[in-house]
Design a protein around this ligand. Sequence first.
Ligand SMILES: Nc1nc2c(ncn2[C@@H]2O[C@H](COP(=O)(O)OP(=O)(O)OP(=O)(O)O)[C@@H](O)[C@H]2O)c(=O)[nH]1
Ligand SMILES: [Zn+2]
Length: 363
Amino acid sequence: MSLAPDLTETIARARADLRMGVPIVLHASKGAALIMAAETLDAQRLADLRALGGRPVLAVTTRRAETLKARAYDGDLARIVLPPDASLSWVLGVADPADDLKTPMKGPLITARDGDAGLHRLALTVVKSARLLPAALVLDLTDPAPFAAQHGLTSVPADQAAELLLHTSPLHPVVSARLPLQVSEAGKLHIFRPEDGGEEHYAIEIGQPPRDAPVLARLHSACFTGDLMGSLKCDCGPQLRGALAQMGGKGAGVLLYLNQEGRGIGLANKMRAYSLQDQGFDTVEANHRLGFEDDERDFRIGAEILKRMGFSAVRLMTNNPGKIAMMEGSGVTVAERVPLKVGENAHNKAYLATKAAKSGHLL
Ligand SMILES: Nc1nc2c(ncn2[C@@H]2O[C@H](COP(=O)(O)OP(=O)(O)OP(=O)(O)O)[C@@H](O)[C@H]2O)c(=O)[nH]1
Ligand SMILES: [Zn+2]
């Protein structure tokens, strides 16, 4: 018997550590490294890192490197060599585009091209999944086990972790209960909990849709600003209410409320993107300047929930062809696309036009 955390639990612990500003250790057959998230770094830990000697680098995605005009030799990421006099604000300036226009980074930034970037890539994956800015300080370690033990750090086997993180975490139903709604008194809420310690997702079932026919379905991604605050910057609130109203009218349907705020980058990063939009960048450019892809969501989660509920085919309410492709790729048939065009206003007109022009949304 062992009470020790397994791999999934160790990764969840690493995520929590990074959010708290605590370093982690990644170890693989080819090498090992000490990792700190740039966003939660403080001056003391930066000084402690320096005291260890070696050649620390700041790993950023190629998206971010492009804005910084730093050469990326590792495909999807760049390893920026930390200058000897780099301060905390230098690190934060590389990680966070907030002041790019006001105080552009003084280059040239030197990037590493020798050696392997596997641990850096994994570091960025873990930092992203902790909903932090995708930038991580990485220092090679030669003797990771005693180092981690001496400092009480979470130590993650990198090869196995990289493999595990390719897959969507299994989800388990937690509870279901009746939930009478304005659109239908025959509402029911189901809660699903992922094994990886990530956020729970919800399914709102309306009526009793038969499992052997395509169900009217909506995959809605959480939008605190639009769903709850009535923000005019997007169309999420009207889409949420519009989808529920249609399901209520038909007497059957299932709306998945996926906690993938900000197209999967989290609310804090979405607000960073909004702030960049106020500087003149569109929704896609803002994500890229932050170092993210246009869309970081994993719609396989939606497909998993539908399958667990017994559905194998949907009439999907969406304008996003990416959702249809992901459903089909995950084994849920999209029998029909049901357009959902509601809530356009003067504030979100340009946002909706950008999604049509750059992200392939259907008009
Ligand atoms: N990163 C980022 N996320 C945004 C922005 N505006 C809205 N969002 C998020 O985008 C998501 C919108 O999701 P959905 O309603 O599923 O929209 P969609 O992918 O356009 O697809 P359909 O509505 O199905 O056509 C929500 O998670 C919002 O929080 C933005 O400017 N930047
Ligand atoms: Zn929204």
